[in-house]
Design a protein. Structure first.
Length: 191
């Protein structure tokens, strides 16, 4: 049983699907809160988008840190620990911070919109700096920022619709990747 749990934790193909499932659940819980339902529509949509993205990236970064720790203990960590831990921290901490800011934004806490804007920019730029193959993971940050700055209702609906479609496509891709049983390197054709 222990080996199966370790294999599941170290299965990089499952982390995106797991993190997105958790993000969907967290956004659903947010939508059931009375304060969320009482908030203005723009605030509700932005808080759901930010919560979903923050929880997704936070979970993936946390999963990365967990996997690195397990591999370090097992003695199977190939890259340097000094590279792998900061990589996880650069994503996990701002991701969870964004999720927390989104949760607080429904109570109209001052400064949460600015914090969310900065965290979305940080996460999007960080993911792209780690490689252009991360574009599908960075795109929701750009959509969150675009939604925050939109000025017309039709544009806002379009941005939110594209974000929903992009996240559903990313989830479908995550499920295909998970079902393939391949490592990330095999999936990209690197090994």
């Amino acid at each position: 049983m222990r080996h199966r749990i370790l294999a599941a934790v170290l299965n990089e193909g499952a982390w995106l699907a797991w993190s997105m499932a958790l993000s969907f659940a967290m956004a659903g819980v947010l939508a059931m809160r009375p304060r969320w339902r009482a908030a203005p529509g723009r605030t509700r949509v932005l808080s759901a988008m930010n919560l979903f993205y923050g929880a997704m990236i936070g979970t993936m970064g946390s999963g990365h840190l967990l996997a690195v720790t397990i591999k370090l203990v097992q003695g199977t960590l190939e890259p340097s620990v000094w590279v792998m831990y900061p990589l996880g921290l650069v994503l996990a901490l701002p991701g969870w911070w964004l999720a927390a800011a989104a949760w607080q934004s429904i109570t109209a806490s001052p400064g949460t919109e600015t914090t969310a804007m900065r965290l979305n920019a940080w996460l999007g730029v960080s993911l792209l700096a780690l490689g252009l193959h991360n574009f599908p993971l960075a795109a929701p940050a750009a959509l969150n920022l675009a939604y925050q700055f939109h000025s017309r209702r039709a544009i806002g609906w379009t941005i939110a619709g594209v974000a929903i479609a992009a996240n559903l496509a990313l989830f479908a891709g995550a499920m295909i990747f998970w079902a393939s049983g391949q490592t990330f390197e095999q999936f990209r054709g690197l090994s």
